[in-house]
Ligand binder design. Structure first.
Ligand code: GCW
Length: 710
């Protein structure tokens, strides 16, 4: 080896070891590992003096595993915030200046088992709850308050979760890859488990618990039967042992045909007694290793996955068989409603409703049907799924996607809280005005206690967990909304920025402004006016011209229906009539192209290129305007980010600044692909004031081909 090569080699080893040995709490250079739990020293002197009055911690009324996690978090949090150890004592006496955990049996303020109250009493801070889980959530709330340097004067907050099952769904595969994951490989190291338990699992659990997330599905819904083997159950148990300490239950996705492929039975028919017995035994086997196991998540008869329909049975037959196996336990069955058939004459929009509404009332009470927010598939903007409100006899959970499958992966900054809120705040009108999706999901509309909100995780083994530093905010926002869907997108953004990026009000102003507009900007250059693009493939590169696929609904042209006359999917009675799946008041909003609000226009109507819109422009001009202003608004995002620079960590600043450059380049790519392709059909000039694309349609197609090349 030459000396040069040797030095290079040595250098590489040093770099590798340095990054492995990096102290997650190191003060210089923020690598993002600590997320929103940084606990940076309090800098406001008056506030610090206020906090320093509390010198003692009394936690003996919550001594269990979760109480201990709460105590530990509080102690390390305070130490970092105040630079001082807090005394731990067990005797209360007449002292003041203590932070006290107290389990109460009943309280008007604390409505739920997992709720908490933080209050001042006799010069002490009391964290009250009905369970240790509540204490843990109270601790995180207090630490959040302190991280934001808020006064403790008149402190009295009570909060209870509005949703019972608040969970992440990981689409992680046993080989370490993640379906639609953009932040590295899976966090779960199956080949090392159960003997080696990565310390990162505990940090993952802390991050989730700090938001109120209380469940996690470890593996992909396109599930491997492997997870039902004893070998893997033991591995899963090792992770569950870590998560349990933070009030998080572990769930698994199941492969419906496992009785056959793993169990060696001749069938997986849910009505077959042997199959039923197999699942019962399987569930019992799991509970032996994981006594608080959460339950199963099932994707069946969807996108090629096996399911009860393979045997002429219904989704309810399949779900109920599994629910029966959970009868002796606390666990539940979460059955996904994400289904659609390869029918060239059908509208995929309608599929889930058509299959599931007839089954309303047929599911076992232990089953929750999990419905994606929109009828198609996590598009940048979708109308709410018409299933919400239309299955009153079945608890419906909602599934959001945190990972940015259709939102620019890990190079585009898109703050998702507005997407989640837009759906939750939509009015279904099923019980008159004000029947929001949120009320269906939180159980208040139809009286359910088993309520669920799931988010498809955006985590991976990237040092900063989510790849794009700003994508951490999406994990954060999902968690906070799963606890309280009434929080505003703005409030959540401000909180996240203060905890994660900077305490400077000025910088926060720029960043939150940019975050709050980011989704609209993305929609403008990606899928404006109600376009969608769920065609097959990687779901990144623009391919509006794609017209060949193994099934019609796996092409681009199926969704936008652009032709020489116009563009958009007619879902009124002259088209697929999907609109009829909504209540009349909802139909009224979207039935008339002249009255449909522009963001939803092409979701429901095929509109002529030359049609005049409410903006005073023709459809063609409006589309071009959106594509251009969307792409140009990335420049504005860059400016906002730069204005915040003086108050940002340099590593984080540079990381985001560089990704914004990629975003700008890719936004132009998207704009040009759409504009040039649509122009080939509309045959209209690029409107005055916009510079025509520098590349030809053929050149863009070629660049997309290169991107998609294997
Ligand atoms: O959005 C689509 C994705 C698939 C995913 C599927 C689903 C896990 O492209 O990758 O599979 O949805 O939600 O089941």
């Amino acid at each position: 080896m030459t000396r040069r090569l040797f030095l290079l080699f040595l250098g590489l080893i040093l770099i590798a070891t340095a990054s492995y040995a990096a102290d997650p709490s190191a003060d210089e250079g923020d690598d993002g590992y600590r997320l929103w739990l940084k606990y940076e020293a309090v800098t406001n002197a008056a506030i610090k003096a206020e906090y320093l009055k509390y010198t003692t911690f009394i936690g003996n009324s919550a001594k269990g595993e979760i109480g201990q996690s709460a105590a530990q978090e509080l102690q390390t949090g305070l130490k970092k915030l105040l630079g001082k150890n807090i005394n731990v004592t067990s005797s209360f006496g007449a002292r003041s200046g203590a932070i006290v955990f107290r389990i109460v049996t009943s309280s008007n303020q604390i409505q739920q088992e997992e709720g908490y109250q933080i209050t001042l009493s006799g010069g002490n801070i009391l964290i009250l709850a009905r369970s240790e889980n509540g204490i843990l959530y109270g601790v995180f709330a207090l630490l959040r308050h302190m991280q934001m340097q808020r006064t403790l004067k008149n402190l009295n907050v009570a909060s209870s979760p509005k949703i019972r099952y608040r969970m992440l769904n990981h689409w992680d595969n046993p080989d370490g890859t993640i379906e639609r994951g953009y932040a590295g490989a899976s966090l779960w190291k199956w080949y090392e488990l159960p003997e080696r338990v990565d310390p990162r699992y505990a940090d993952y659990a802390r991050a989730n618990a700090s938001l109120g997330i209380n469940g996690t599905v470890l593996n992909n819904v396109n599930a491997s039967a492997r997870f039902m083997s004893q070998e893997y159950i033991v591995k899963v148990a090792a992770i569950a042992n870590v998560l349990r300490k933070y009030g998080i239950k572990t769930y698994l996705s199941v492969y419906f045909a496992a009785p056959k492929t793993l169990g060696g039975l001749p069938t997986s028919d849910p009505l077959d007694p042997q199959v039923r017995a197999w699942w019962k035994e399987k569930v019992a086997q799991i509970y032996k290793e994981i006594p608080d196991f959460g339950g199963f998540l099932v994707k069946a008869n969807s996108e090629g996955e096996p399911g009860p329909q393979d045997y002429g049975r219904t989704h309810a037959d399949g779900a109920n068989m599994l629910a029966e196996a959970f009868e002796p336990y606390d666990g539940i069955v979460i059955w996904r409603a994400f289904v659609y058939k390869a029918d060239p004459n059908a509208d995929r929009f309608k599929a889930a409703y058509e299959e599931f509404v007839p089954l309303d009332g047929k599911f076992d009470p232990k089953v929750i049907v999990q419905v994606k927010n929109g009828p198609i598939d996590f598009q940048p903007r979708e109308p709410f799924s018409p299933l919400f409100g239309n299955m009153p006899k079945t608890p419906l959970g909602i599934e959001f996607q945190i990972t940015q499958e259709y939102l620019g992966f890990a190079t585009h900054a898109v703050y998702e809280a507005p997407i989640f809120k837009e759906c939750l705040d939509s009015d279904t009108y099923v019980n008159g005005e004000g029947s929001t999706v949120a009320k269906v999901v939180d159980g208040s509309m139809h009286g359910y206690a088993r309520t669920l909100m799931a988010g498809v995780a955006n985590t991976g083994n990237s040092r900063n967990w989510t790849g794009h530093p700003l994508a951490q905010a999406n994990w954060y926002a999902f968690g906070r909304l799963s606890w309280d869907h009434q929080l505003s997108s703005e409030q959540i953004a401000q909180e996240w920025v203060a905890l994660t990026l900077t305490r400077s009000q000025k910088a926060s102003g720029h960043i939150t402004k940019m975050m709050l507009r980011s989704r609209e900007i993305y929609v403008d250059y990606n899928t404006p006016l109600g376009l969608s693009r769920p065609w097959m493939g990687v779901h990144f590169a623009p391919e509006p011209w794609q017209n060949k696929g193994s099934r019609p609904d796996w092409t681009a042209v199926y969704y936008h229906r652009a032709d020489s006359a116009g563009i958009g999917f007619d879902r009124t009675s002259s088209g697929s009539n999907a609109l009829a799946q909504y209540r009349p008041q909802v139909q009224q909003k979207w039935i008339d192209p002249d009255k449909t609000s522009l963001p939803y226009l092409l979701w429901f109507h095929h509109v002529r290129w030359d049609k005049n819109l409410s903006t005073g422009k023709s459809l063609w001009e409006e589309l071009c305007t959106r594509f251009y202003t969307g792409a140009d608004s990335v420049l504005w995002m860059q400016q906002q980010w730069d204005l915040a620079k003086p108050d940002l960590d340099s590593e984080v600043y540079a990381n985001v600044a560089q990704r914004l450059k990629v975003q700008r380049r890719e936004a132009i790519w998207w704009r040009d692909a759409w504009v040039l392709y649509l122009q080939s059909l509309a045959r209209q000039p690029i409107p005055a004031g916009f510079e025509p694309p520098k590349q030809t349609l053929e050149e863009v197609k070629q660049s997309v081909n290169v991107y998609l090349m294997r």
